[in-house]
Write a protein that binds this ligand. Sequence first.
Ligand code: PHE
Length: 445
Amino acid sequence: MAREQWTSKLGFILAAAGSAVGLGNIWRFSYVVGTEGGAAFILIYLAIVFLIGYPLLTTEIAIGRVTQRNPVGAFKKLAEGTPWWLVGALGVLTGFVILSFYSVIAGWSVAYTVKALQGFSADADFVGMFVGHITHPTIPIYWHFGFMLVNILIIGAGVVNGIQRVAKTMMPLLFILLLGLVVRGLTLPGSGAGVAFMLTPDLSEVTGQTFLRAIGQAFFTLSLGMGALITYGSYLSRKDNVADSAAWVVGLDTGIALIAGLAIFPTLFALNIPPDSGVGLAFMVLPSAFSVMPGGIVFGTMFFALLSVAALTSSISLLEVVVAWITDEKGWPRWKASFILGGLIFLLGVPAVMGYSTLSHINIAGMDILDTYDFLASDIFLPLGGLLTAIFAAHVWKTKNAVSEINDPKGKIVFGGWYGPLVGVVIPVAVGVVMIYGLYSKFFL
Ligand code: PHE
């Protein structure tokens, strides 16, 4: 059977941006910026996105396109008979872990769509509402189950095109709604402190852990370091320009994160919610914005519905990595792979849900179960996968081959002589140092 291909360059950009733009831009970005101290963190994150994220994103797409394989198969094809395929395997494992908790948060988001439809009353206790939701022993498990089921059905059917069409209309809508929230937030009394929080860096807050979390956030939001872009790149036509498409994905993803920050932080300061409230931040802040907004029911419902759709276009890319691996490498039928692997991912997510209820006594180095999954996968596995992919591209696949795959065959040179030193030396060293120092300062300082 011929390998499926995106119908156009735009199709690829939308699918890849659909993977990148998700809960990472709104839920994770706001909560990590809040706990890591604001503007200084954002600056470090932006530097990492452009100096490390963009070149690596481009590299992953190129590896996928040249091999036309899932991550494990891609490394096998470019370096036969070596252990490099383990980097692809790490990616598959990472996708598995990320999706298990991602689906839990997406489930919260779907549940909040229903709550928004009933209307948020202005004097409600939004912190209590959120805590009440996540600590319920069963309800969040049902939402998690429902969300995984939708993923399984979409990936099982292989309707990349169906979801692509959805993403095309939903993404611009989400963007417009976010802009509306920015205006709403900025016009609340006391919101200026939120803007200052995002724009005035306080360097005394910066530690080794700040850099580690910034790398983790950059990789997470760009879907980087676990082969999602290798997999999507493997469906990209030879005619399309890799460097250009990658620039679009990075630009859209970063822009949406910053706008989400502007929608959340001013509102939060106006409402006196502490920025370091953790994983529930967006779910506590946004409903209160809707509760005092004219047409809040309509906008609130649309917002959480769109957030759920954005989550869906990301989560299917996570499931696609796992499923592409087992269908390519082990010859499983797509449906069987989706159901079995999706089912296992659901099960792995259950303890993450229960970490807020039945298992709330479990605490691992100050983190609950969901936090632990997130930390392990996003702050350790993703950067490690990215570091190894960078070394691989420059030294095993070779700079010359990578660069010629990335640049336009018609001669437009975007990636030049700097690629080898940057991707082969600077990025691995920088990521490696940050990982070692960040882990040391998290656990020993
Ligand atoms: N980038 C997605 C988001 O921001 C999450 C994701 C991570 C998707 C890794 C695929 C791979 O929500």
